[in-house]
Design a protein around this ligand. Structure first.
Ligand SMILES: NC(=O)c1ccc[n+]([C@@H]2O[C@H](COP(=O)([O-])OP(=O)(O)OC[C@H]3O[C@@H](n4cnc5c(N)ncnc54)[C@H](OP(=O)(O)O)[C@@H]3O)[C@@H](O)[C@H]2O)c1
Length: 281
């Protein structure tokens, strides 16, 4: 297998590069400057020169609030780029792996979302990610889309890194008690993605550890693990008045992929306990 990783400066891409390197696998990881997924000529040039068998698309526009006003860029990167990658993958017989989000759901189900549930994104970020999914599954057969949630790994653009930053500046952290999903480590995503590729699995799946938690519960668990003693005040998400509306309960069930892989996924807090030192110490 020969892997091409896009968006190499991102947290998931870094985890893939780290894992593939450690395991002596052949890969090329390119940053936005080296490969712009929004530019079809650039995509075709790179593919025709490197000839990967799998593309791990880790490029994304992940600024959920900014996307409300920066729609064009969010749409190009999360949507249109998937037309480019699907087109190039079909032309050159390459397997495409892509990541979507729990924010394709509206949070009104009040239960775990399964793959067959109706999507109804509440914000622009979720809408552009859903367009990306549709551009892949309307043009390709050989693909994997994994919907993941509240990803954390190496890098600053995740909820846990933000908690660490805030805890340096404040004694009381005001965290929402009314938004629920599942924190997911990049290590968990990488290991299970590579297993799925090796098993020849195709299609769209949810990929998260078990359980669910509110942001407030996650903050308390995390601060406890890293040994920082700060007061976490549970507040309504309304007080933050963010530009993007977020679903209240978007936890997804990963039963389907765990059965196909024949693996019992751990609960999110056990997973966090096992991985946090790699990223935050
Ligand atoms: N983070 C989460 O909580 C979360 C939740 C659900 C789903 N996901 C999905 O999981 C996947 C991985 O997310 P992540 O957290 O690893 O993302 P990330 O850390 O934000 O990394 C995304 C990378 O994509 C790069 N990029 C942006 N535009 C590009 C372009 N036109 N061409 C090539 N690269 C480009 C960015 O480059 P720059 O560094 O130059 O900006 C950045 O390095 C994404 O599909 C994301 O939507 C993430």
């Amino acid at each position: 297998m020969k892997y091409l990783i896009t968006g190499a400066n991102g947290q998931l891409a870094k985890e893939f590069a780290n894992y593939l390197e450690k395991n002596g696998q052949e890969f090329l990881a390119l940053t936005r400057e080296q490969l712009d997924v929004c530019n079809l000529n650039n995509v075709l040039e790179v593919i025709e020169s490197y000839k990967p068998s799998v593309i791990l698309n880790c490029a994304a526009y992940n600024y959920v609030d900014l996307a409300e006003t920066d729609y064009v860029n969010a749409f190009k990167i999360n949507g249109l780029a998937l037309h480019n990658l699907s087109f190039a993958c079909k032309k050159h017989n390459i397997f495409l792996v892509h990541y979507s989000t729990d924010y394709v759901f509206d949070g009104e189900k009040n239960d775990y979302y399964i793959e067959e549930d109706t999507t109804n994104p509440l914000n622009t970020y979720g809408k552009t990610k859903l367009i990306g999914e549709k551009l892949i599954n309307s043009g390709l057969k050989d693909y994997l889309i994994f919907r993941v949630s509240w990803l954390y790994g190496r890098g600053k653009n995740n909820f846990l890194s933000k908690i660490l930053e805030w805890s340096k500046e404040m004694n009381t952290l005001r965290i929402a008690y009314d938004e629920f999903s599942i924190p997911t480590s990049t290590k968990f995503v990488v290991e299970n993605t590579l297993k799925a590729i090796n098993c020849g699995i195709k299609g769209t799946y949810h990929l998260t550890p078990r359980g669910y938690a509110s942001r407030c519960e996650i903050a308390k668990t995390f601060l406890n693990l890293v040994g920082i003693n700060k007061f976490v005040l549970p507040v309504s998400s309304k007080v933050f008045n963010t530009p993007a509306v977020r679903p209240k309960f978007s936890a997804m069930s990963s039963k389907k992929i765990s059965q196909l892989l024949n693996v019992d996924f751990s609960a999110w807090d056990k997973e966090l306990k096992q991985t946090y030192q790699e990223y935050f110490k």
